[in-house]
Design a protein around this ligand. Structure first.
Ligand code: ADP
Length: 562
């Protein structure tokens, strides 16, 4: 469609030159013929109108093209973000690259497509005008083309300046975007008011604004200077070409009508050349950004044909001598950790903040791959993807989907019958949450999209546990599933945790050691290593770290009661 508009545009431009020559010939003819003149002028008007309207039609067509390209680029970006290993998200390098790609790569492909389209249209225009000029006064053509060189040079300089500017401004640009989020979005609104962070944050935002404006101002000046120089070069070329036309006319080599047509053709050619160089500049400017997008695309692992099936746990899942280090960190978060979860068993992880519990839970959930050591499922070595298919997990920072309660729960297993929701609602205690809602399980949750209901932290946590149970797997990982529950809700949940798990094996992390007592085995972590393991009674008898932590919590409660 866009290409056919260009062809029509080029033909119309040629028609403008032809019609102008006709009209001029009719004007200067010794015997004036009114019909010829009218036909010539009408043809000129029509050709000019068609040529002009093609530009408008093309710019509308480009809107469509822009949206389609943006959609295609987003599909590519999302293919990477949803398929890359989870560990990428722990790396600063990846986050920066993602942000840059999101910021630039979506607009750049559009710029390139418009530039390419523009260039092909301009090229068509240059060729048609060149033919017209060749037919009238061939000598003009080399003059015009040679004079185009300064324009090429200037467009190269301008595009280089643009990339330098973009690299220099990115720091302030990102900082400003971050501060705008802090100052405008809901999760930050409460602290902004209670801590009166608004003032220092606004000040920092304004400073980033000023710095960016300063850089932009300098860049704009530079580009304006280049533009003036380019226009000057084009102007001189035009003047030169017009002088040659006058010379040719005076020496009788061309007629007056031909001179008029040649002048129009020269003018149109120079417009086409300017357009061509502007597009070339945009293309050069976008190249580094597109290379960036290509590098980002290459991060996605190849798409798997079929997800691995969920495995039943027949004997045990074992973490064997596992060492794991976060990207860009010198010390490992886990070191030589060995742990087993047998069929139907509840295993708990205990340790102080930063001891590596969540990291280990993520390895057991198949979200991170160990750097050393291995994981085995019923004796067979298993990788992250196969683990993820066979495990259900609730992490501390579970997602609060802006959907109905039912969708919030069933999203964990799209293959399972949605009517099973009522069972997991009862098992997780989320039924008590649902009872209080106007539309029961069909109530919209969250306040971001629709006018939904917001739940308390503890209520959300029950929904998250229900989601975890709905994904019916033989191994369940629960990282602090009760942190936001009130004491009654927590003790109710743990009182029937075995019933809730219904024979599933589970890895449980909880700071409340009273809840951990019931585990079949407890592993005590310190600085990324397992320093002890056993049942609650065994660990208390051994009087190690566990006994110390347990004693501290018990003492606090007893002191408060006495
Ligand atoms: P816990 O759950 O026991 O509080 P974590 O598993 O969250 O401990 O953290 C273990 C160690 O790994 C800590 O020293 C923490 O600083 C480090 N760590 C956790 N997450 C990251 C991360 N995304 N990048 C780098 N280091 C991390």
């Amino acid at each position: 469609m866009a290409a056919s508009l260009q062809v029509v545009g080029a033909v119309a431009a040629l028609a403008v030159v032809g019609a102008a020559q006709l009209a001029l010939e009719a004007i200067v003819a010794p015997e004036r013929n009114a019909t010829d003149l009218t036909v010539g002028l009408l043809a000129l008007a029509a050709a000019t109108a068609v040529s002009g309207s093609m530009t408008i039609l093309q710019s509308q067509q480009q809107r469509l093209l822009g949206e389609r390209l943006s959609q295609a680029t987003w599909t590519d970006i999302l293919a990477v973000t949803t398929r890359v290993r989870m560990i990428n998200y722990e790396s600063v390098g990846f986050s920066t690259q993602l942000e840059r790609v999101e910021q630039n790569a979506v607009s750049r492909p559009f710029m390139v497509a418009t530039a390419l389209l523009g260039m092909s249209g301009n090229l068509l225009g240059v060729v048609t005008m060149a033919i017209a000029i060749l037919a009238i006064a061939p000598i003009l053509l080399p003059v015009l083309l040679v004079a185009g060189f300064p324009a090429v040079l200037l467009s190269r300089l301008a595009s280089r300046a643009e990339f330098t500017f973009a690299s220099r401004a990115i720091g302030d640009f990102r900082r400003r975007a971050y501060l705008r989020r802090l100052l405008s979005q809901r999760p930050f609104a409460a602290e902004a008011r209670s801590f009166t962070t608004t003032l220092p944050l606004s000040r920092e935002h304004d400073a980033a604004n000023d710095r960016y404006l300063g850089l932009l101002r300098r860049q704009v000046r530079k580009r304006q200077a280049y533009a003036v120089l380019t226009t000057l070069a084009v102007g001189i070329t035009l003047a030169g070409a017009f002088l040659i036309i006058v010379l040719l006319l005076n020496t009788g080599q061309i007629s007056l009508a031909e001179a008029g047509a040649a002048a129009i053709a020269v003018r149109l050619l120079s417009a086409q050349l300017s357009g061509f160089f502007a597009s070339l500049g945009n293309l050069q400017e976008s190249a580094p950004f597109l290379q960036d997008l290509e590098r980002f695309r290459a991060l996605a692992p190849p798409e798997v044909e079929e997800a691995p099936p969920a495995r039943p746990l027949r004997s045990e899942f074992v973490v064997d001598q596992v060492t794991f280090r976060y990207p860009e960190q010198s010390t490992p978060a886990l070191h030589g950790v060995t742990l087993a979860i047998r069929r139907g068993e509840i295993v708990a992880l205990v340790g102080e903040n930063g001891s590596g519990k969540t990291t280990l839970a993520k390895i057991i959930a198949g979200l991170y791959e160990p750097d050393e050591g291995r994981t085995t499922w019923d004796g067979e070595v298993i990788d992250g993807e196969a683990i993820r298919a066979s495990v259900s997990v609730t992490l501390q920072d579970f997602v609060r989907y802006q959907m109905t309660v039912r969708d919030n729960i069933t999203i964990s297993d799209p293959d399972r019958d949605r009517s099973d929701v009522s069972t997991v609602l009862a098992d997780s205690g989320a039924d008590e949450v649902v009872v209080g809602l106007d539309d029961g399980a069909d109530t919209m949750l969250g306040r971001e999209l629709d006018e939904g209901v917001d739940l308390s932290g503890g209520q959300w946590q029950r929904v998250a546990i229900a989601r975890c149970l709905f994904r019916d797997r033989d191994l369940v990982v629960l990282d602090e599933p009760t942190a936001a529950l009130d004491p009654r809700a927590e003790s109710e949940l743990f009182a029937d945790v075995r019933q809730m798990l219904d024979g599933k094996a589970a890895l449980l992390i909880s700071h409340r050691l009273s809840s951990v007592r019931l585990a079949d085995r407890i592993y005590v972590l310190a600085r990324g290593e397992v320093i002890d393991s056993g049942t609650h009674d065994e660990l208390v008898r051994r009087a190690g770290l566990y006994a110390e932590l347990y004693g501290m919590q018990a003492e606090t409660y007893l002191r408060d009661l006495s």
